[in-house]
Design a binder for this molecule. Structure first.
Ligand code: SF4
Length: 278
């Protein structure tokens, strides 16, 4: 049975998961957007996406990883957290969010089942996102200190948020094959951003490794031995047009790090502010 629930900002009625092109705020896709159902199709559709808008539309309808498609849609239909039971769930891959002409790309791990998988926006609707958007606002990248739902007026300038894996994985653990399949989307995001790109900010070791693997696959020069992840770690990559791009590490904004004080607001601000002047 299909559910129709009111969107928390617009009040519009939506099925969960949300069919493309049905009016969800910020939905980049339409019913005509091509759907990848295999890793090979992800590679082809990523390579042929002409711009960021088309790429995000294709990402947002991807069905290449059967386990993740089943999980994200099961959560959207019947696995909702009790506190969100009366809201529609996006139930699709998280498209990138932010400035399409950004000079900084932020690479996260993967959407959360009741966060991005509910709201359809990266890092939105969970405690990790609360910490991240507050810092992005303090450092001048975000229009608002909070990001609660698509359509809430939040906007980013100078930065765009992507992820190593675009679908919420069970237990936050994507399988190696799923990470490999999704890497083509990240590679194309980096390729489209490259002419203006100054820095890649990686939240956590998985984002760091994904960015290094993707830039190597694109033929960028990457230091050897492989740069090691750490909070504040840095390396310089060289894109195919020969310009240098900073790779910057930051502990992930997960509760595991922020509740324990391993990552403080001051530490996060310091890393973000360093990106404004690079
Ligand atoms: Fe597609 Fe990536 Fe989701 Fe796999 S994880 S279904 S490749 S968007």
């Amino acid at each position: 049975m299909q559910r129709h629930d009111p969107h928390p900002v617009t009040g519009g009625l939506f099925e969960s998961p949300v069919p493309p092109g049905t009016g969800w705020p910020g939905d980049p896709a339409t019913a005509a957007t091509p759907v990848a159902t295999t890793a090979a199709a992800v590679r082809r559709l990523a390579r042929t996406a002409d711009d960021v808008d088309e790429l995000q539309a294709r990402v947002s309808v991807c069905r290449a990883c059967p386990r993740l498609v089943r999980w994200r849609e099961d959560v959207a239909r019947s696995g909702r957290r009790a506190s969100f039971a009366d809201q529609p769930y996006w139930g699709r891959p998280g498209p990138s969010f932010g400035d399409p002409d950004a000079e900084v790309l932020l690479v996260g791990l993967a959407p959360a089942a009741n966060g991005t998988n509910r709201t359809g926006r990266m890092f939105t609707g969970d405690s990790s996102g609360d910490v991240l958007y507050a810092a992005l606002h303090r450092t001048g990248f975000a229009a608002q200190p909070t990001s609660v739902a698509a359509g809430d007026g939040q906007a980013l300038t100078g930065i765009r948020i992507v992820a190593a894996v675009r679908c919420a994985p069970p237990a936050n653990k994507p399988l190696p094959a799923e990470r490999a399949a999704c890497s083509s989307w990240l590679e194309r995001d980096l390729e489209l951003a490259a002419p203006r790109l100054r820095a890649i900010l990686c939240l956590g070791a998985i984002g760091w490794d994904a960015a290094l693997a993707a830039t190597r696959a694109l033929g960028w020069e990457v230091p050897r031995p492989k740069p090691r992840f750490g909070h504040g770690a840095e390396a310089t990559l060289t894109s195919t047009d020969g310009h240098g791009i900073r790779l910057v590490g930051c502990y992930h904004v997960s509760p595991h790090n922020t509740y324990t004080g391993r990552l403080t607001p001051a530490m996060l601000d310091e890393v973000l502010l360093s990106l404004r002047t690079a």
